[in-house]
Write a protein that binds this ligand. Structure first.
Ligand code: BTN
Length: 257
């Protein structure tokens, strides 16, 4: 299959038209959009790259972004489209990713709270939402999505090979352009109604974590319990021996047991 990332091909498949830029190689699609915003540049609304030389993950981690086998993209939410519910953007994006993959392929990925997508117990996608202000102090948000579409030719590095997987281990039956467009369509559709928060039902339904024994690091203490629920504000409820704990994004490292 011809699988070259192509801005025109993606644009044609979008329901709501936003401007697109595709790079062969870039340091990071998130960094690019953030630098644009700092200079008050609001286009493109969507940027993709075939390879990232400095792909970034959450908590300052590196996101491996080899050439030709992934989808590395960022969507800009400009200041005039921001809402009070923006704190749910990572959960909403996870639902958009899983919806698009389920719609376009026969795969059934699940969401590991809070921002990872898993297939067959391997992480295949990650999400990095970042805020940035323009020169007038107006807040915008950049939502970065990294997908291991196929396994990298050289395999994953030693650091991530235990947890990383790919959507397709062999031949893919859709193109990266189709999946990227499908994800952006889901994303924009859900974002219109983010205030209603209805996507949280799917977030719970597709959770890899609810009902599982988990460990979490709070401060420097590991605690153990059973994940019971994910609330509409995105917090994870874990039942420990001493009662229920509500875990909020950002402060927690979660491990499934
Ligand atoms: C994570 O798993 O911790 C989040 C990974 C997010 C990676 C994507 S790839 C596109 C965008 N640009 C980046 O530098 N990071 C995000």
């Amino acid at each position: 299959m011809n699988d070259i990332l192509d801005a025109d091909a993606i644009y044609k498949m979008l329901g709501e038209k936003i401007s697109i830029e595709v790079f062969d190689t870039i340091d990071s699609t998130n960094t690019y959009l953030k630098n644009n915003i700092r200079k008050d540049i609001y286009k493109p609304g969507l940027v993709l790259a075939d390879r990232q030389s400095m792909g970034r993950g959450r908590l300052g981690r590196n996101f491996e972004s080899p050439q030709g086998t992934g989808i590395y993209m960022s969507i800009l939410i400009p200041y005039d489209k921001l809402t009070d519910k923006i704190l749910l953007i990572t959960s909403m994006t996870a639902v958009a990713l899983v919806s698009a993959i389920r719609e376009l392929t026969d795969k059934k990925p699940l969401i590991k709270w809070v921002n990872d997508i898993y297939l067959n117990n391997k992480k295949i996608c990650g999400i990095l939402a970042e805020s940035v202000t323009d020169s007038k102090g107006r807040l915008c948000v950049v939502v970065g999505i990294g997908i291991n579409f196929m396994s990298p030719k050289e395999g994953f590095s030693k650091e991530v090979e235990q947890i990383a997987g790919a959507l397709y281990e062999g031949e893919a039956d859709i193109s990266r352009n189709e999946l990227a467009a499908g994800i952006v369509n889901e994303f924009l559709g859900l974002y219109k109604d983010i205030e209603k928060g209805t996507f949280m039902e799917k977030y719970r339904k597709w959770s890899l974590v609810i009902g599982k024994d988990v460990r979490f690091l709070r401060g420097d203490i590991w605690r153990e319990g059973k994940a019971r629920d994910i609330q509409n504000d995105g917090s994870l409820v874990v039942e420990c021996e001493d009662g229920l704990h509500e875990l909020n994004t950002g402060e927690i490292t979660l491990r499934m047991k």
